[in-house]
Write a protein that binds this ligand. Sequence first.
Ligand SMILES: *Cc1c(COP(=O)(O)O)cnc(C)c1O
Length: 384
Amino acid sequence: MTERIDTRLIHGGVDGDPRTGAVNVPIYQTSTYRQPRLGHNLGYEYSRTGNPTREALEKLIAELEEGVAGFAFASGMAAIGAVLSLYKSGDRILISSNVYGGTFRILDKVFKNFGIGYGIIDTTDLSEVERSITPDVKAILIESPANPLMSVTDIAAVAALTKKHGIHTIVDNTFMTPYLQRPVALGADVVVHSATKYLGGHSDLVAGLAVVNDKELAERLHFIQNATGGILQPFDSFLLIRGIKTLGVRMDRHVRNAEAVAEHLSKHPAVSRVYYPGLKSDPGYEVNRRQAPNGGAMISFELKEGYDHRVFLSSTKMIALAESLGGVESLLCHPASMTHASIPKDIRDRVGITEGLIRLSVGIENEDDIIEDLERAFKASRRA
Ligand SMILES: *Cc1c(COP(=O)(O)O)cnc(C)c1O
């Protein structure tokens, strides 16, 4: 394994093709493999079980996240669904009070029907975490910074608590990526990704990844991946490997732009609150600094009374109003009606996902162009 993360992004996993010298891993677009004789194969039998292109990606993400094994899925939700399938009827999973809406939905509408329960807690409050670990709780699933209020959870502290109780810490590391934050090194057992976002990085594919830090979990998750079948296809695996190669340079630019935009918004007369753990004034700043070098590139903010969020969201020229995040282009989103619409309104209100909340995925365009476009929307949205 190469030492430094920015080099590992490019040369980690399977570096090229030893047979031909091609610098890229070939796309093995095949469903099956010739078996030389009965009962023998060359390491592959059927592409749901294993495919060399997908395997290269799986080795790469395992190395980047410093885990034992990686698994690639057709989407982030397929990865999360596979990980939740590690548990059984009677078990309960605790989740952060502001996780991705789909994570809440799969627990509330799918796994609950199979007897796997869930509880919503404030994972930024460690005493609440400790109090909530009852004997039926088998895992805590956290995001840090969490979607969409960018609240920061102390990953090492939560992992220490779950270790004490012999249960798992699962971290959705989509917002930070292994370039900025490596939960396994902080004690997490499982890391999941919507690779659709920063890892892919170009808004041109949907993919999910999971990494585990122990052999037994790896065997169980591979069994589930093969049994349930939500695998990533060879071409998409290739695209994702290609995306990950530039993750370092993209993230550096994403973060530089985000810091400038957050600074601008925090002094803005139209903005009542900025949620960004890279700002010194943010309540999560100190804890985030212990587990990541910066605050990432996702910002949420709230408009003041005198500004109309509906008008704001339709008044930018360059920045699109769209679901998703982490692509090279800046995107705006309205969590209450888009990414988090599947969370009931009373829960949204309780955790602070208000009607006026706007989420911005800061892209890698010129920072002045991003700020000018936001200014256009602020001007247009001012109520008379
Ligand atoms: C998008 C997202 C997911 C879901 O991933 P898909 O690739 O859309 O299935 C999960 N977690 C987070 C934090 C996300 O942003």
